[in-house]
Design a protein around this ligand. Structure first.
Ligand SMILES: NC(=O)c1ccc[n+]([C@@H]2O[C@H](COP(=O)([O-])OP(=O)(O)OC[C@H]3O[C@@H](n4cnc5c(N)ncnc54)[C@H](OP(=O)(O)O)[C@@H]3O)[C@@H](O)[C@H]2O)c1
Length: 418
């Protein structure tokens, strides 16, 4: 049945009652490919909440790179993981703001009508790691709306009660939906994993991207000095506005990116450019960075390991340009540097990070808010690196800016062209 996207903000039911079906953007294995084609609008049965689960009416959803991967079916098919085999579909979306609509057995802290944002880490409360180590270490750990279906690109989403956080009152629905996944990831990388200290120096790759805009702001809040790497002066201006002491346009250093399968001569030539880049970083920061914030992977990792200070840390959460990394390990052991892997954040970190948003110290950076029909286009823009900061999707809200219940600074709107 054709779904009318103009009607997604209308519901014929009150909190506590679910309709039979909902509109959802769905990825299926047979149409893996470019995001513009992989996402299709379908009418799907609304799930009931199980024990300790909550059904949230999605008011707005946030767009992340993970559902670019889900659409492509790379590097692995999400359909093999989590609850996908049970349901046979992937409804993506790992960020949302919304209204608690129905709660399952055992949920006591949330009730229908509560306004929330959602963090995307799921784990079984029966896993021992959840109760003494970290839910990120649990065998059941999964990212909601990526490794599971029932994500936020639909009128309703199904989550664990522990995923809910209070919606910051000064943010509109679209602003509140835009920041969770990347911001909470950046918070764990810098605050927990690197124990960022005032006065430290940080190099942030992709500083105008989703992770980067928050890494840059966190450095400022922590009293650390960030230099952001970007690919245009417009992005550089944004990064300085977010508190970076300076930026470097990586297009001025052609040949620095590792492409793989290099000859020894090509490797030497690349290394020469990396040295020049390193000099520029030191000029801006006053010294080599204590921390390098990595997610680009293959293209930049050799430079990251080379450039970080002796005893410094390269903290990494992704390999967008390739995950088989190749670097000169002598720079690591001789100078006693550390490489730290990091993945999303636990509920405690999410709550601590959310408090900085509630107090206006960290602000979402929203580039565009699109209607519900914009889900494929938003992911294609990300795929093609034609975006800045974050993109939000209106679902239950019918226009941007709705949903503020208190005055406050709101989001930074990144208006410069990408
Ligand atoms: N493990 C986790 O928990 C976790 C959480 C969040 C995201 N991620 C992953 O992290 C990656 C980045 O996510 P994001 O949301 O920040 O994406 P994003 O908004 O696309 O930002 C990434 C930035 O990286 C830069 N970049 C792209 N290609 C580059 C290259 N060849 N060399 C140097 N810089 C390059 C781009 O900036 P310029 O072009 O301006 O340099 C871009 O703005 C994705 O792979 C995502 O899946 C992982």
């Amino acid at each position: 049945m054709a779904v009318d996207v103009t009607k997604v903000s209308e519901l014929g039911v009150e909190p506590g009652t679910l309709p039979d079906t909902m509109a959802a953007w769905v990825i299926r294995e047979e149409r893996f490919g470019e995001p513009r084609d992989a996402f299709q609008l379908e009418e799907i049965e609304v799930p009931e909440p199980g024990a300790y689960e909550v059904i949230v009416r999605v008011m707005a959803a946030g767009v992340n790179y993970n559902n670019v991967w889900a659409a492509l079916g790379e590097p692995v098919s999400v359909m093999r993981y989590g609850d996908h085999p049970e349901w046979g579909h992937h409804i993506g979306g790992s960020d949302a703001s919304g209204i608690v609509w129905k709660v399952g057995a055992g949920v006591t802290r949330w009730k229908p009508g509560d306004e929330v944002v959602i963090h995307c880490n799921m784990a079984s409360y029966e896993d021992k790691e959840v109760h003494g180590l970290d839910p990120l270490a649990a065998p059941s750990q999964m990212i909601w709306g990526y490794e599971t279906t029932w994500g936020s690109f639909a009128q309703f989403t199904k989550v664990q009660a522990q995923q809910l956080l209070p919606k910051p009152r000064s943010l509109a629905w679209d602003e509140a939906a835009s920041y969770g996944l990347v911001y909470f990831t950046a918070f764990r990388m810098l605050m927990t994993q690197c124990k960022l200290q005032p006065g430290q120096r940080v190099l942030v790759w992709g500083a105008a991207g989703g992770l980067g805009v928050f890494a840059t702001q966190l450095c400022k809040v922590a009293g650390a000095h960030a230099v952001g790497v970007v690919s245009s002066p417009e992005k550089g201006e944004l990064v300085e506005r977010l508190g970076a002491v300076g930026y470097i346009d990586r297009t001025e250093f052609p040949g620095m990116m590792r492409a793989g399968d290099e000859t020894p001569e090509e490797e030497r030539a690349r290394f020469k450019v990396a040295r020049e880049f390193s000099k520029r970083v030191k000029e801006i920061l006053g010294d080599s960075p204590d921390v390098v914030f990595e997610h680009v992977g293959r293209a930049t990792f050799p430079t990251s390991v080379f450039i970080v200070k002796p005893f410094g840390k390269v903290v990494i959460c992704a390999g967008t340009t390739g995950y088989n990394l190749d670097f000169d390990v002598r720079y690591l052991w001789m100078r006693q540097k550390q490489i730290i892997g990091s993945h999303f954040a636990n509920a405690y970190e999410c709550h601590k990070a959310n408090e900085l948003i509630e107090s206006g110290q960290i602000r979402p950076v929203l580039w565009k808010t699109l209607g519900f029909d914009g889900v494929p286009e938003a992911h294609q823009l990300m795929r093609d690196n034609r975006h800045l900061g974050k993109i939000a999707i209106l679902v239950g809200a019918d226009e941007e800016g709705q949903g503020r219940t208190e005055d406050g600074p709101g989001a930074i709107h990144a208006e410069v062209g990408a």
